[in-house]
Design a protein around this ligand. Structure first.
Ligand SMILES: [Zn+2]
Length: 721
């Protein structure tokens, strides 16, 4: 029986701590026949920690203590005992941490990791200046399991002593002041995902002058076999295709589905946790209770029938409006369609765009730009007079939902399409835009990610749902962040992440994804004069470049225009205004930077006011944001800008570089005329005299002076060199 031995060891450990010989002789009643010390100095003669570990980042060792060295960290640093020989399943892990100047670190246990330690799976007891929390890692993505433990004095302690007991699915962590041995608090969770693994430390990027010591890691049974799902405990299997039904690999919270009629039998406080009522496929009425593991146990003990318990539910579980609308076609109005009845999946967006295209066939055409990994279409609605002709007009782009869960970001471009189409012939400004420009609207750049969030998993937050590890299962932590996958600045850090489990995973190479590839192909074809990529939720207009250390053109015309957009904005439903943030945070591989660098596009990211608010707030948010895109479209059409064509003497288009001499380019930009018609559009910050410089291989460079007031046209003819 292993449990009594463990209890004895725990009691021994506590006694030992109590008499304060914390670094001396080890556990007095340690039984080497039945217990294994895997690491550290539970036996008096064993050498202290360090040396025998895999690591990432600078770690120095002094007298068996680890510290962070003097180098600044930029991301997580890991120190993990070597694979294979040191796995802990049941037993305990005992460690000391010195908070130093700033605590940001964790003790890792039951961890699995390949060559890249950042793609960890397992558990950690994580500390920050507020206290501690148990967390679970799944292939590099970390989520809390259980509540946080506030430790008001944690940063003031000279050292902390940590003991983590592992008994099957029970994980109990206790934190002591390392000098006084006062107990500062305990955390406990019931977590069945990972049965065994390595021990170690993680230091976060905020950690400063911390020190670490692994005192011991004891195991009271042989580590579970490595094979997936063949753990010694019948019910403990790792997350994967062969996970037991009903296991909840995503944390401590659960959605418990019960018959609707059983709500009255719930314990009183849990009745208040009923989050949704819905009709199942078999017609039964169900209620969904959101609760934790303890609440789940109480529901079962109250005799309430549990139909299902799942942590990984989709958005639709809680959105009856979406469920109702998804089952129907779009609802017509006199001039268009109701857009305010629900949030929308790709099928609904496609149906609405098709409906609009049919109503406004003389000024719109529906284009499928490409297909996703899972075969969903990427819809674009082109709005212009003579829509099926590629005219020589400035092109602009409005897109949404690069990110899976940003449902509101679909609504802004859809609303814009509706406003423009329904306003044509009625609103003079709109009519001029449609006649004078080609307006491309792509409401949903990420249909697979959006589908996963709405229909499969609330954990699909940003990425495109690609089956990155090719195991045949679309895991919500898999996929690529499409707005880190564009070519300019791709791969730079900070600003993106190369770890597949990261929310900001940039993909294996630039434009690796069909969605970003399709958007880039459209960009290549159109050389957009301006674009907005809608997102949530920062109340911000981001101006290129967002990748760190990249010099913007001088003057930065998109910044000048962004301020005009900002000034036009209305109060958002949260009482705030959308503000320009020139350098919000570093982002690399975004659509806006790539468009700006490739074509000189005044390319923006507009982050709306809310993340998927109620429909009433949605309507107000969409309305309050209209002036931003209206200002931009008006600014492109009326200028000041310089537009024209580069052609040979006999009229053939030349894909020449066309630069405005007064705009100093500082990042290697080569802004060319369009291949198909030699057209270029250069926005300038103010009216005045400008010099255009055009050059192309095989031709003599040409310089043209131009006086710019509004939209100013100038054609350039290149002679052979
Ligand atoms: Zn976003």
């Amino acid at each position: 029986m292993r449990a009594p031995r463990l209890v004895a060891a725990v009691i021994a450990a506590l006694c030992w701590l109590w008499v304060g010989i914390a670094t001396a002789s080890g556990f007095p009643d340690f039984d080497p026949d039945r217990e294994r010390v895997l690491h550290g100095r539970a036996l008096p003669k064993q050498s202290p920690v360090a040396g025998d570990a895999d690591l990432i980042g600078p770690w120095a060792e002094h007298d068996g203590q680890l510290d962070l060295g003097s180098e600044e960290g930029t991301g997580n640093r890991f120190w993990l005992v070597k694979k294979g020989t040191r796995d802990v399943a049941d037993g305990l892990v005992r460690a000391r941490l010195s908070p130093g100047k700033r605590i940001d670190a964790s003790v890792i246990f039951r961890a699995q990791a390949g060559t890249d330690l950042r793609e960890l799976s397992g558990y950690e007891l994580a500390f920050d200046v507020d206290g501690a929390r148990l967390m679970r890692w799944d292939n590099g993505t970390v989520l809390p399991v259980g509540p946080a433990l506030e430790i008001p004095r944690v940063q003031r302690a000279a050292s902390l002593e940590v003991i983590i007991y592992l008994v099957g699915p029970q994980i109990i962590a206790t934190v002591y002041d390392g000098d006084s041995l006062d107990r500062l608090g305990s955390l406990a969770v019931h977590e069945t995902t990972y049965a065994d693994g390595r021990v170690g430390f993680r230091a976060g990027k905020k950690a400063e002058a911390m020190r670490f010591g692994l005192l011991s890691a004891m195991d009271t049974r042989a580590p579970a076999p490595k094979a997936k799902g063949s753990g010694r405990y019948g019910s403990i299997k790792r997350y994967g295709l062969d996970a037991d039904p009903g296991t909840t690999p995503f944390g401590n919270t659960r959605f418990v589905f019960i018959p609707n009629a059983a709500v009255r039998d719930l314990p009183g406080d849990l009745r208040r946790n009923v989050k949704s009522r819905l009709t199942a496929d078999d017609g039964t009425r169900q209620a969904v209770v959101f609760t934790d593991t303890v609440g789940f146990e109480r529901i079962k003990r109250a005799g309430v029938e549990v139909l299902a318990a799942d942590s990984n539910v989709p958005w639709k579980t809680f959105d009856p409006d979406y469920r109702a609308q998804a089952a129907k076609g779009p609802v017509s109005t006199r001039r268009g369609f109701r857009l305010d009845l629900s949030y929308k999946n790709v099928d609904m967006v496609g149906a609405i765009l098709r409906g609009y295209q049919e109503k406004y066939a003389d000024i719109s055409t529906l284009v499928e730009l490409g297909r996703t990994h899972q075969g969903r279409p990427l819809w674009a609605l082109k709005i212009s007079d003579n829509p099926t002709t590629a005219e020589s007009e400035p092109s602009v782009l409005l897109n949404g939902s690069h990110h899976a869960s940003e449902l509101l970001s679909v609504e802004y471009p859809l609303d814009a399409a509706a406003q423009i189409l329904e306003g044509y012939g009625r609103d003079r400004e709109v009519t001029r835009w449609v006649n004078g420009m080609e307006i491309w609207v792509v409401p949903m750049v990420n249909p697979d990610g959006n589908w996963m969030f709405l229909e499969e998993s609330r954990f699909a937050s940003r990425k495109n749902g690609r089956d990155t590890n090719l195991d045949g299962f679309h895991d919500p932590f898999e996929g690529i962040d499409l707005n880190r996958n564009y070519g300019f600045g791709w791969g730079k850090t900070p600003g993106s992440n190369g770890v597949t489990g990261s929310k900001y995973y940039r993909g294996p190479h630039p434009f690796s994804e069909p969605e970003s590839w399709a958007m880039a192909s459209l960009g290549d074809q159109q050389h957009f004069a301006a674009s907005i990529s809608f997102h949530t939720v920062g109340n911000a207009i981001f101006v290129p470049y967002t990748v760190g250390d990249t010099q913007t053109p001088d003057p930065n015309v998109p910044l000048v225009i962004a301020k005009q957009m900002e000034e036009s904005g209305l109060e958002q439903p949260n009482g705030r205004f959308i503000k320009v943030r020139a350098n919000g945070y570093p982002v690399s591989g975004s659509d806006q930077d790539w468009l700006m660098h490739s074509f000189g596009t005044a390319a923006y990211i507009v982050e709306g006011s809310h993340h998927n608010p109620s429909l009433e707030v949605r309507a107000r948010a969409v309305e309050a944001t209209r002036p931003l895109w209206r200002t931009l479209l008006g600014r492109v059409l009326t200028g000041p800008r310089i537009s024209g064509h580069v052609r040979t003497a006999d009229g053939a288009p030349v894909e020449a570089t066309v630069h405005v001499k007064e705009i100093q380019l500082q990042a290697g930009e080569r802004w060319t005329a369009r291949a198909r018609d030699g057209r270029f559009d250069r926005l300038v910050s103010r009216p005045g005299r400008y010099t255009l410089e055009a050059s192309a291989p095989g031709f003599a460079p040409a310089t043209v002076e131009v006086k710019v007031r509004g939209a100013t046209a100038i054609d350039i003819t290149l002679e052979p060199a």
